[in-house]
Design a protein around this ligand. Structure first.
Ligand SMILES: Cc1ncc(COP(=O)(O)O)c(C=O)c1O
Length: 377
């Protein structure tokens, strides 16, 4: 599914040198290795501020807390994402309200967001938190205009989308504030846990910096209840090296996605969608956006059988995500039931992520496509 050693091999020397510098300067927490990365990342994404932190989950919490989304506030997000998209809202003391996804992109459906806003809890909503799932930007044009009309904060969960673009702006610069994850499997990855908040608002940036260090503006003077959400120097140093390669890696992912597309079409197994009938439905890039293909996710009717068939041939695949968030045991107190978000529930039954990473070889892709074509025949 993913072989990170292939990324490491050519970077080996450069990474060791960067880690050596951290050891020599002994700046293990925040400090110069992190601030240098923050400056480079902000420039890369076209935002005024980047704030390195300990994980993507912390970045989401910091984004919410910086925007003063807490008790009494509700936040609209998607039921089809990683758990942290919702748990961070609860951790901030706010209430998640879910809205269903668009079956063609798996991203938050703006019409469903509007329906929640028009519903009984609409007046409590203070923020919208779209996720750029699999590396494809959510429909930010429509979500921004909804947010503007209702004076809501727009918080991007860009954990899977470093380098993605919508219109002329990068993910991370499309809302008021954004959260990235550098978990090792992400398209820009650390050697452990790490995350980042981005914003062009000086006020939000200043609050995020303060909150990631136990609410301190002055050493040992705590203005607010923050948390330890700091980034390690080693992670900053690694990320600064890898940032120089991210455009190349994203281009390679895009080439692989387009090759999958051609191979599947050539094999005659691709269906129009959005739902599979007998073959598979391929993912696509929404016009006007730049997808970074953090994942290449097909829809298949007999998904679990297909996955087992691939596993027998030694082909890795993954299900992101098998249980939508409204049906997670830990979130049962939100009061949702099966049937509440039919698109998310259907996606959870049909999605299958295939191997995609910059170093994936053409012959390996061909093997994946041949195996799926064999299964379907
Ligand atoms: C969409 C999404 N949001 C949030 C996170 C949380 O990031 P982390 O694992 O770095 O805490 C992840 C990654 O796992 C993610 O994929």
């Amino acid at each position: 599914m993913l072989d990170l050693r292939r990324q490491y091999a050519p970077l080996h020397q450069e990474l060791l040198q960067a880690l050596g510098h951290v050891l020599e300067t002994q700046q293990f927490i925040l400090g110069e290795p992190v601030s240098t990365f923050e400056v480079a990342a902000a420039l890369h994404l076209g935002v005024s501020h980047a704030i390195g932190c300990a994980s993507g989950t912390d970045a989401l919490w910091l984004a919410l807390a910086s925007a003063e989304i807490g008790p009494g506030a509700a936040v609209i997000t998607t039921p089809f994402s990683f758990f942290a998209s919702v748990s961070s809202i609860l951790r901030a003391g706010a209430r998640p309200l879910l809205a269903d996804i668009d079956p063609a992109t798996f991203n938050l459906d703006p019409a469903a967001v509007q329906a929640v806003l028009a519903g009984p809890d609409g007046n409590a909503v203070r923020a919208i938190l779209p996720v750029h799932l699999y590396g494809q930007p959510a429909n930010m044009g429509r979500l921004s205009s909804i947010a503007k009309t209702r004076s809501l904060t727009l918080i991007e969960d860009a954990a899977q989308a470093f380098g993605a673009i919508s219109g002329r702006e990068a993910a991370g610069a499309l809302g008021d504030i954004a959260a990235f994850s550098f978990y090792p499997t992400k398209n820009l990855s650390a050697a452990g846990d790490a995350g980042m908040v981005t914003t062009s608002s000086p006020k939000l940036a200043e609050r995020a910096r303060m909150l990631r260090q136990h609410g301190m503006r002055r050493r040992y003077h705590h203005d607010e209840l923050g948390w330890n959400a700091r980034m390690d120097g080693f992670q900053g140093a690694i990320l600064e090296v890898k940032l120089n390669y991210i455009d190349r890696w994203n281009d390679a992912r895009r080439a692989i996605a387009s090759r999958y597309d051609n191979l599947f079409r050539g094999a005659g197994v691709a269906e129009a969608g959005p739902y599979p009938m007998r073959g598979i439905v391929l993912p696509h890039e929404v016009p006007g956006t730049r997808h970074v293909w953090h994942q290449y996710v097909i829809r298949a009717k007999r998904r679990d059988e297909l996955r087992a068939f691939l596993a027998k041939r030694g082909i890795g695949s993954e299900i992101y995500y098998p249980v939508p968030l409204h049906l997670q045991e830990a979130l049962s107190s939100l009061g949702y039931q099966e049937g509440d978000f039919p698109e998310a529930e259907r996606a959870a039954r049909e999605v299958l992520a295939l191997p995609i990473f910059p170093e994936l070889r053409e012959d390996e892709q061909q093997t994946v496509v041949d195996a799926i074509a064999d299964f379907l025949s």
